[in-house]
Ligand binder design. Structure first.
Ligand code: ADP
Ligand code: MG
Length: 886
């Protein structure tokens, strides 16, 4: 940008800078990207922020005004980086053609970009779900059981849900729904209340305090009724005084403000937004953030990448074919179903696709070309549809028909097919109109022209005809001039500044006729205009801008018409996503040879030859399958205690059981010969601090906090996975805690049903629990073969307990120097390490025991005097005899 000369006047007194100041005042919390010609400029502090965040040069347009700019054609990359660095950005555009402006060009903030309100293709990766959430705390104080009402909107697709939860579960529920930005009513001092800060932090969302009045039910209700043009929310299944109205209304206001800050209020900018729908928390199996992490559902603990996670099995070649299908499968894994009928409905569809490869193949071919209709609906709904977005709607009709045809013969998919028919019917007129109006594959932007087909608009056709004729005219005019004035070297040219011209070399210029009017002098040539060429130029520029205007007018009429159908597009996208995700489940089931689990209402778990879905995919035949049974008629115990040396396969077994239960609840087939899975309300998974420390994120405190949450929340329908809990502290503490926790999970002696629990521990002492309560506790161990000095891990789970740790063997396997191993073995013998009978059971009975022994690893060698003391018969001694003996 050319710098304007410094003036003595206030540098901020220019009209553009005054305009800038006005926008900045309206968006003080944003970095303002101010469009000036081909650049977005930032000023003052914003320029410094941009300089630091984007590494772009800091300049001064006028003295004392720091400035930094980015070129408009690459703005998205810069916006992404600003957002990633946690900034909010207001984008201020020129909304008037500078050529038409008298004085300063009109500008408007067309978009405020925040982490939870993105819908732009360039700012949001396909798989990113970046939702906006809002919370209202309904009860005063910090009670963990206090009620919280939440709303979550996905701005990019228009999905809008509300739900109730409790203070201690809010963060988990928001995280599972990919909330990236959380709205909360600010306190009197304009801050966010501390409990909201805690929820935001635990769920990983940015916190945005909003005016408290927006969270008042009457204000929120007004916003919702106005937007959806209804007199009551009853039609959406919400009472007008429902606590969820407040967060829902707050979300809506925020979306309107950020999506189209300067839109005229009469015109709703969010046509794609679905009416809020209540999510019943009992519909979904609950998985907290800690369990998601420990079970490696979306990413592995070690690398943080999806590769090697459960989700990883549903990506790559098996992945859903459409972007919305890929996002949905992720949702299904994170929020499995909790009720039998919907699970079995999904199973029915998967069964069809597993058993009938022809249907699956047809469906596959039909799904593949479908674009991201969900996000197209979003952009259409907020009035930012590109020519390609509208073309996608036009093309989708044929695609929907193909999908529908491919599942026509499958009764299990009939409900989906029917809904698809309805959407297709609703979309037919607009899709046909789009197909008629646009060229077959339009350019990405309207600016480039060539978007509207010929024959749609008479004025456009005429202007185009004129532009087409122009080159023929120019060629013919050049020949004519050359002949008429005997100037064989004359050339016609065009440049942006001077327009059309006739060019002569310096030598020829001497014989230029009078009709040639000099326009521009170059080093070796002169350029001229003639009245005829001038007239042509005016006509052709007129034609160009008229074509542009006509294209714009036709396109925006079409976009407006499409906007009214945004909800249908969204609904069609939702159906496609479901069909696509079901097809993916079937593909994985077939490729991996998984089997259909039986879902039952009894809270039991029975697995034959189960495998860890991810590890078995990697190991193939080398993976050793294992059975599991909890609460079954044969194995009534609901707590299984698993012992075995390090590296034997305990953690793998625990996780495989949890993952099979989880997959069963998504409607998927499972890696097992057969599986019967009782409906489960929550799956809790906790890994002892040592294991989690590898991921650098846990401490003993975290372990205990998490375990406390299990003991408070696990119900008779829950599945609890505890892996080496109690390891993060000293041996005695750890053992005592593990003991108490296990005991509690067996029901504290009362008859109430307890959660299904798998408890892996290296505290062999715990296995005595089975002796006390064989109906409640079952010991399992991982088998190991000793082979001379060697041990071989068989990875097979068998009934019974282990009494050896094989720690020294494992250390040798790990490559500890032979001399150290030998020394350890020697020490082991002299320390007389024992486990037999020395457990907490003996702790408990120590008082009565005739020969109390210190439990754990070292045998306590008594002082001989103790034996004498023990030999005294206190019941028959007088106080004096006792005194003497002492
Ligand atoms: P633990 O928790 O008992 O220390 P892990 O479950 O972490 O043991 O397993 C250790 C390793 O043993 C795994 O990384 C895996 O390679 C192997 N493994 C575990 N279970 C099996 C199995 N069922 N079949 C084959 N290999 C297994
Ligand atoms: Mg382990």
């Amino acid at each position: 940008m050319p710098a304007s000369p410094p003036t003595a006047k206030d540098p901020r007194a220019t009209p553009a800078m005054r305009q800038y100041a006005a926008f900045k005042e309206r968006h003080p919390d944003c970095v303002l990207f101010f469009r000036m010609g081909d650049f977005y400029e930032m000023f003052d502090d914003d320029a410094l922020v941009a300089h630091r965040t984007l590494g772009i040069a800091l300049t001064e347009r006028t003295k004392g005004v720091p400035m930094a700019g980015v070129p408009h054609h690459s703005v998205e990359g810069y916006l992404r980086r600003m957002l990633a660095a946690g900034h909010r950005v207001a984008v201020c555009e020129q909304v008037q053609d500078p050529k038409e402006a008298s004085g300063v060009v009109e500008r408007a903030v067309t978009r405020v970009l925040t982490p939870g309100t993105l819908s732009e293709d360039g700012l949001l990766d396909e798989g990113d779900a970046a939702a906006l959430g809002a919370v209202c705390f309904l009860d005063p104080g910090d009670d963990p059981a206090g009620r919280v009402s939440c709303a979550v909107v996905d701005a990019s697709t228009g999905a809008f849900i509300v739900f109730d939860t409790t203070a201690d579960r809010a963060a988990d529920e928001l995280a599972r729904r990919d909330v990236r930005e959380l709205l909360v009513a600010q306190t009197a001092d304009g801050e966010a209340p501390p409990r909201a800060r805690r929820v935001a932090e635990a769920s990983g969302a940015a916190l945005t305090p909003r005016p408290a009045w927006q969270f008042r039910t009457d204000e929120a209700l007004e916003a919702l009724l106005g937007h959806f043009r209804v007199a009551t929310l009853a039609g959406f299944g919400l009472g007008d005084d429902d606590p969820a109205v407040a967060p829902a209304g707050a979300c809506l206001r925020y979306l309107i403000e950020t999506q189209a800050p300067d839109a005229d209020p009469g015109r709703s900018a969010l046509a794609h937004l679905a009416p809020p729908r209540r999510d019943d928390p009992d519909d979904a199996l609950v998985l907290d953030v800690a369990s998601l992490r420990a079970l490696e559902i979306l990413q592995t603990m070690r690398t943080g990448a999806p590769d090697g996670s459960l989700l990883g099995l549903f990506t790559g070649r098996s992945a859903p074919r459409t972007p919305m299908g890929r996002r949905l499968i992720r949702q299904w894994l994170v929020r499995p179903l909790a009720r039998r009928e919907p699970i079995e409905e999904r199973q029915g569809a998967v069964a069809t696709l597993v058993e009938d490869p022809r249907v699956a193949d047809d469906l596959d071919a039909a799904l593949k070309p479908i674009q991201d209709l969900a996000r197209v609906a979003g952009r259409v709904g907020v009035g930012r549809a590109s020519p390609r977005d509208l073309a996608a709607i036009g093309a989708s009709l044929a695609r929907l028909q193909e999908v529908r045809d491919s599942i026509a013969g499958a009764p299990a998919l009939a409900r989906l097919a029917e809904s698809l028919d309805e959407r297709r019917a609703a979309l037919t007129p607009i899709a046909q109109r789009i197909a008629r109006t646009l060229v077959e594959s339009p350019p990405p932007s309207l600016r480039d022209g060539g978007v509207i087909a010929d024959g749609v608009d008479a004025a456009l056709d005429e202007a185009r005809a004129m532009m087409r004729d122009a080159s023929a005219y120019l060629a013919q005019y050049q020949t004519r001039v050359a002949e008429e004035f005997d100037l064989p070297g004359v050339k016609i040219g065009f440049n942006r500044v001077f327009g059309y011209y006739l060019e002569l070399t310096k030598a020829q210029a001497r014989s230029a006729p009078d009709v040639f009017l000099r326009k521009q002098t170059l080093k070796n040539a002169e350029r001229y205009i003639t009245p005829e060429l001038k007239a042509f130029e005016e006509k052709i520029t007129g034609a160009e801008s008229s074509a542009q205007r006509r294209e714009q007018a036709v396109f925006s009429a079409l976009a407006d018409a499409a906007r009214a159908h945004a909800p249908d597009v969204r609904a069609a996208a939702t159906l496609i996503a479901q069909i696509d995700a079901l097809a993916c489940l079937a593909r994985v089931a077939r490729a991996r040879g998984w089997s259909r689990p039986t879902i039952t209402d009894e809270p039991i778990l029975e697995i034959r030859d189960g495998a860890h879905p991810v590890l078995s995919a990697a190991l193939g035949d080398r993976f050793v399958p294992n059975d599991a049974a909890l609460g079954t008629p044969d194995q009534p115990a609901r707590l299984a205690l698993i012992t075995g040396p390090n590296m034997a396969g305990k953690s793998t077994y625990l996780r495989q059981v949890a993952l099979i239960a989880l997959l069963a609840h998504t409607g998927s087939w499972v890696p097992a010969r057969s599986a019967t899975v009782g409906l489960t309300d929550r799956i809790f998974t906790r890994v002892g601090a040592d294991d989690a420390l590898h991921a650098g994120q846990s401490t003993f405190m975290v372990e205990m906090v998490e375990t406390a949450s299990i003991l408070h929340h696990a119900s008779a329908r829950s599945l609890v996975i505890l892996d080496e809990v109690g390891r993060g502290t000293s041996t005695l503490d750890g053992l005592a805690l593990a003991w108490a926790i296990a005991e509690r999970l067996t029901g504290d002696g009362d008859a109430a049903p307890t959660p299904r629990t798998l408890f892996a521990t290296h505290y062999h002492e715990l296995t005595t629990l089975e002796d006390d309560r064989p109906d409640r506790v079952r010991n399992l161990h991982v088998t190991v073969r000793e082979w001379g000095d060697e041990i071989v891990f068989l990875h097979r789970i068998e009934p019974g307990r282990t009494d050896r740790s094989y720690g020294v063997h494992v250390a040798r396997l790990a490559g500890l120097p032979a001399s150290v191993v030998a020394r350890a073995r020697g020490l082991l013998e002299t320390l007389a390490v024992t486990h037999e009978g020395a457990g907490p059971a003996s702790l408990r009975t120590a008082a009565r025991s005739p020969a109390p022994r210190m439990p754990l690893f070292t045998e306590f060698l008594e002082h001989p005097a103790l034996a004498d003391l023990r030999g005294l018969d206190l019941d028959t001694m007088t106080p004096m005899q006792a005194f003497d003996a002492l």
